[in-house]
Design a protein around this ligand. Sequence first.
Ligand code: 1GP
Length: 246
Amino acid sequence: MSVFSQLNSVIIERGAAYVVLIDPDRKNEDSINSRVELANNSGVDALFVGGSLMMDGNCTERVKQIKEVSNVPVIFFPGGVGQLNSYYDAMLFMSVISGRNPHYLIGEQVIAAPLVKVMGIETIPTGYILMDGGAGSTVEFVSGTRPIPMNRPDVAVAHALAGQYLGMNLIYLEAGSGAKEPVAPGVVKAVNDAVDVPLIVGGGIRSPETASETVKAGASIIVTGTIIEIHSNRMKELADAVHWKE
Ligand code: 1GP
């Protein structure tokens, strides 16, 4: 069964899926193993692995380590083609559709595509929409794109629809890692009402209450990174909040 089908089964059976983002960067060197082990036992449905900026050259080694320890699918959440390797079970084949920087709309993807083919990684076509979470996210700087203001659900809807019509299987509403404010429930609802594909929502989600509110607004997949870097033991309560059908 493909990783995408597995995620869809979780969404159908448990209401929504819970994903923990692990940044394979130097700062997490000592905590990766324990965090992945905890994820194995906390009802986490998948790991996203990636980050906008790597501060050393050991990313591949860390992804290998994550794959060795993980019991759940390890999905590449690409910060750039340099983080591509064959240890991932699948990847979000993403385009930053909220931006107008051709390199992140199609440039990185063209560089990555032949390598993905050779490595045989499952690709999940994903339209990535950066919303303004109020913290000036790293992805904003690295991608050279402007986030969509949070008070413009109409603009978010237009981008998400364009993504769906271009064939994206998932739409990712991103407030940016460490966002002050997560994607507003009103934005999630407006986009979910407009598109037929599942929504991933991440950035600034720090509590089960926010996770639950975001799912109720229409998110099918919730991603948390920062809160788990600070309090790994909160994975279980976040997973329980996301899995509302149980
Ligand atoms: C994944 O960028 C997010 O979409 C992760 O954000 O680190 O704020 O949880 P946090």
